[in-house]
Structure formats: structure tokens, C-alpha cells
Design a protein. Structure first.
Length: 576
């Protein structure tokens, strides 16, 4: 059918060949290039060919790899290592021979090609779940019938030598096809046996073509660079997860989920990513952090705004039928879902399946990183979040983070917060609040108020005592949105009345980008999910107002876990 040379270096070979007639490696590459051009052009298949790929991908003791030729057709991909000139082999060691002098090669060309294959798959340059990958070696100027007298060690099946090169009846395209068909037929993955359709092949090539020669795309930052950027001392788990394409990570407050998400983007700064979460403030903070680090490869959206960008304005979830109407949507190298408990049951599986691969099998073959905490899932009981997580676990590696990475103060606050989730009734909640107010717990102040006047005084004192406005936030329980400001004033809610107090301002997404340092940001507990700061001024009801007890306590739990160093809790019992 046809051969398509994708590399910009092809013209360079033909220009340089006149200066290298001495049997050098370049001469061998040129002779193989001509054979590929001729034979693949006559093949019944379409072939896509890249020449001289230099990728900053570490393998074994090297920091980068150089691939002579990469060829892709509907049967799969071949990584071709070419050695020109006269080749010799002694005791399993390969040599170049020139006028009787032997110069040892640094390693076996078969081992070299095999390592390239492994590196490309491990670093996700090629997706082995979609494209079968193998390798071949070419000695176009030297005849070699066997590479080893022992049949089990002989690798001549993968070798294109001078005998084949000089025979006009042989086809290097057929040679590559034989390797792919023979080796994939013995693969344990049955779907490898099927050829790619022309549309599937074109999708792979269209995705691969603009990026293969972008050296920054596959260069991974060193672990030390990531650690320095995050200002933390240990991220072993990130390195340990690097080899997995599909990952679910469960972890409570303070276990470093969002920090790890940022580290993942940093580590894969050359790849095209998508970050999704539910909370607009969390999304804006992540977007800001990545912008400051010039990590423009990862798009950041709330899930709702991402659906808006697809044309589903106002929708909070998506179905297979919805997505079937979209043509030519983006494909991402990886997708990160942060605080997934908020959106995991709203069609996230459909997004992962469709946007990490163009074949609609992204759950099985795509690359994604999903962070979640069932305890922080609003209405988690009847939303059956555990069931949705179980479905994803069929495709992904699952890890659980148990260690709170924050300082000891936060660990104590998280422990107290967990106690709220164990309570069963409003009476148990009131009892526990009274116990906390009577205890002397470092960096935790629990203050009870029982009138509009005492609430105002407590709130004003808490604001005035906060010197570090940049690292302080006021969080108010949403039940107060359903309570009048006072028994005499029903024109606004208690929540609205507090938001108007001097020394505070409403926290919105613009404040994340350009913080107002003149006053303390004010918002609801739920809008601050996924975020944390040094000090939190938390205003919660003394008793249940409108919510059911589970949602009521859940919101208290979230509020307690937002403070990293200091928590001032004002517990208000209305007198009306």
C-alpha cells in the first residue's frame, strides 16, 4: 500500500550518505532505509516509519535511548536496531571487524533492541495494551545464520542479515510481519491476536506523530526535583507507583493525596494530562500551583465545567448516550481525579474509558490516577460509593495511604474529627461537643455561644486574634443557611449575617489567584473540601437544624480536618 516517513531526519540521511562510504553505522542505516522505503512501499499494509529517535528515557545505566527505526503497521510496532559494517561474534560478545581488528560493542544489539522495547512500554511512549510491540536487528553488510549454537539461545529469528538484504525476492516488510504475527500469536493476552483496523491505526499514529520527537514529553523529572518542589522528605510511594498505568489511592485527610497529584503532573511534565475535581476552589488552587511551575501540559477543570466544555452545560453527570454524540474529542496521556468521592458516581468511569484512549477501553488500557476518601463523600451511604470504587478496582492497582503527613497538631484534629463520624444521634453530638469544650487540647479551642450577641462577640474576637490573614479561613456550617440571623431579623440567614462581619470577605475563585490579604476569607465548609490552611475559624451549630444526622456530622468532620495547625471552633446554640 504505502510507507509514510514521519521523521524530520529522513532527508538528513540522504544528504550525509555521500560523506560516509566506509561501511560506517550510518551507511548501514541508509541501506536499511532504502530497503524499508522500497519493500514497505510494495507491502499490502500501510507502514509508518520514524528514524533516529532520541528520547530522554532512562534504561539500565543510560539516561536516554536512541532508536534507529520505529515502524508501525496494523500488525503492531517494530523497534529496529541497525549495525552496519562487518560484524563478528566471539563467546557471545559482538564486535565490529575492520581489517582484522575487532572493536567490541558495548552490548548485544539484540539486548539493546529488547531494552528499547521495554523502555518504550514502561514509560508509556507506546501503549502495549493497544499496540503489540516487538523488535528486530539488522546486519545489512554481514551474513550470520545463527547467533548461538544453542537453539534456545539463538536469536536469528529477529535478524535481518546480508543474505536477506541482497536477495531481491526477500521483503523486509514481510520479515517484520512474520516477527509480529509469530510472537503475538503466543502472547498470553488474546486481544493481541487481532489486527488493528485502519481507523484504529490512524488514531494511534495521529496521537503519536506530533509528540515522538518532542524530547520534553517523555523526560521525567528526577525524584529529588519533585521532592524539592513539594518541600517534603519522602515520596517513595510516588516512585513505586510509577510503573502502574491505572491507580486508585484511598487516603484520609492529611495523607498527601493532592500533593501526590501535583507530584505526578510534575514527574510527567512532557505528557498531556487532565486534572478533574468537584470543588472550584481546589481546582483553581491546583491550576495556580501548576501555572507557577510552568506545568502547562495538564488542563485543570472542575467536573461540571469539564462537562460544560463538552457541550453539556449545566449537567453534573454524564451517560454513555451523552458521550456517543461527541466526535473527535481530546485524548489525554493521563487523567487525574482528585477528591473523587464527590464525583465518582457521576460518569467518571465513562470519562476514563473514552478520554484516555480513542478505542473506548480506557478503563482497561488507559492511564489514570484516582484519589478518594469514602469518609469525605457527601451522602456516601445512599450513593453507594463503595460499589463504584469496587468496579474501578477491577482495572486498577489499589493503594491505601494510612499515614498523616502533616504535623502532630493536625493528626490530633483528624483523630477528633473521626470521632464525630462514630456518633449516632444529636444527643451524642451535643455530649461530645461539651466534652471537647471542657478539655484543654493544644491548638484547639471550642467555645459555646447561646445568643446572637455572644456569637458576634466570639466571632469578632476570633477574627481580631488572627494575625496571619493569608493562612487563616472562616468556615461556616451550611445548616446556618437555613436559620434566620436572629429571632427579630428574618431578612437574612445567620450564615449571611456572619459573612458581612468586618474583617472577612467572601472567598471565591478569584481570591485564589489574587488573594485579598486585608481580611480573612469566608466560605462554607463544603466549598473548602480538599483544601487546608494553618488556622481555621469554624462556626458550627450546637444541634441539628435541617440536615439529617449523617450529613450534619459529615460536614463537621470536614471542617475539623481543614486546619493544619490551629482550630478555633465556635459552637452556636440559637436562642430562638
Amino acid at each position: 500500500m504505502a510507507v509514510f516517513f514521519k521523521s524530520s531526519r529522513i532527508g538528513t540521511i540522504e544528504q550525509e550518505i555521500g560523506r560516509h562510504e566506509d561501511g560506517s553505522i550510518l551507511r548501514g542505516e541508509h541501506d536499511i532505509y532504502k530497503r524499508i522505503k522500497e519493500d514497505c512501499g510494495k507491502s499490502d499494509l500501510n507502514w509508518y516509519v520514524w528514524y533516529d529517535l532520541n528520547l530522554p528515557i532512562p534504561y539500565r545505566s543510560k539516561s536516554e535511548l536512541q532508536i534507529d527505526f520505529l515502524l508501525i503497521c496494523e500488525k503492531g510496532a517494530i523497534i529496529l536496531e541497525v549495525k552496519g559494517g562487518k560484524i563478528n561474534i566471539l563467546d557471545g560478545r559482538y564486535y565490529w571487524e575492520d581489517k582484522g581488528k575487532l572493536t567490541p560493542m558495548k552490548e548485544s544489539p539484540f539486548r539493546q533492541a529488547h531494552d528499547y522495547q521495554f523502555a518504550l512500554l514502561q514509560h508509556r511512549v507506546l501503549n502495549g495494551d493497544q499496540l503489540f510491540v516487538n523488535y528486530a536487528v539488522a546486519f545489512p553488510h554481514y551474513e550470520m545464520k545463527k547467533t548461538n549454537l544453542h537453539d534456545d539461545l539463538d536469536q536469528s529469528f529477529w535478524l535481518w542479515d546480508k543474505t536477506l538484504q541482497d536477495d531481491p525476492n526477500e521483503s523486509i516488510a514481510d520479515f517484520f510481519v512474520d516477527i509480529l504475527e509469530e510472537t503475538r500469536s503466543s502472547s498470553t493476552k488474546q486481544y493481541y491476536i487481532k489486527d488493528l483496523s485502519e481507523n484504529d491505526l490512524k488514531l494511534i499514529i495521529d496521537t503519536l506523530s506530533p509528540t515522538l520527537e518532542d524530547k520534553g514529553r517523555y523526560a521525567e523529572s528526577s525524584l529529588s526535583e519533585v521532592l524539592n518542589w513539594l518541600h517534603i522528605g519522602n515520596l517513595d510511594i510516588l516512585e513505586g507507583l510509577a510503573k502502574n498505568k491505572r491507580i486508585l489511592i484511598e487516603g484520609g485527610p492529611g495523607t498527601g493525596k493532592t500533593t501526590m497529584a501535583k507530584a505526578f503532573v510534575k514527574k510527567h511534565k512532557g505528557a498531556k494530562g487532565l486534572y478533574l475535581c468537584h470543588n472550584i476552589l481546589l481546582a483553581k488552587k491546583m491550576e495556580r500551583d501548576l501555572f507557577l511551575e510552568k506545568l502547562t501540559n495538564c488542563e485543570v477543570f472542575t467536573y461540571g465545567r469539564f462537562l460544560d466544555s463538552l457541550g453539556f452545560s449545566g449537567k453534573q453527570s454524564i451517560t454513555h448516550e451523552d458521550l456517543s454524540g461527541i466526535n473527535n474529542h481530546k485524548i489525554y496521556d493521563f487523567i487525574i481525579i482528585d477528591e473523587a468521592q464527590d464525583i465518582i458516581d457521576k460518569g467518571i468511569d465513562i470519562i476514563l474509558n473514552s478520554f484516555t484512549t480513542g478505542f473506548g477501553n480506557g478503563l482497561e488500557t488507559g492511564a489514570y490516577l484516582v484519589f478518594y476518601d469514602i469518609e469525605q463523600g457527601y451522602n456516601s451511604n445512599y450513593r453507594r460509593l463503595e460499589s463504584v470504587v469496587d468496579d474501578l478496582q477491577r482495572y486498577a492497582a489499589h493503594y491505601k495511604l494510612n499515614e498523616n503527613k502533616r504535623i502532630i497538631t493536625n493528626r490530633q484534629l483528624v483523630k477528633i474529627a473521626n470521632d464525630f463520624l462514630q456518633l449516632e444521634s444529636n444527643n451524642e453530638y451535643i455530649k461530645y461537643i461539651k466534652e471537647l469544650s471542657a478539655k484543654n487540647i493544644p491548638n484547639l479551642m471550642v467555645q459555646l455561644t447561646d445568643s446572637t450577641k455572644t456569637l458576634s462577640m466570639a466571632f469578632r474576637n476570633a477574627i481580631s486574634k488572627s494575625d496571619d490573614k493569608k493562612n487563616t479561613v472562616v468556615l461556616v456550617h451550611s445548616d446556618f443557611k437555613h436559620k434566620p440571623a436572629s429571632k427579630d431579623d428574618h431578612s437574612m440567614t445567620l450564615y449571611d449575617a456572619l459573612s458581612c462581619k468586618p474583617g472577612t470577605h467572601i472567598l471565591d475563585e478569584k481570591d485564589v489567584e489574587n488573594p485579598d490579604l486585608s481580611s480573612i476569607p469566608f466560605t462554607s465548609i463544603l466549598k473548602y473540601k480538599g483544601l487546608e490552611t494553618n488556622k481555621v475559624i469554624l462556626v458550627i451549630p450546637y444541634e441539628l437544624i435541617t440536615n439529617n444526622i449523617r450529613n450534619f456530622l459529615f460536614e463537621v468532620y470536614v471542617g475539623f480536618t481543614r486546619a493544619m495547625m490551629e482550630l478555633h471552633v465556635i459552637v452556636h446554640k440559637t436562642d430562638y
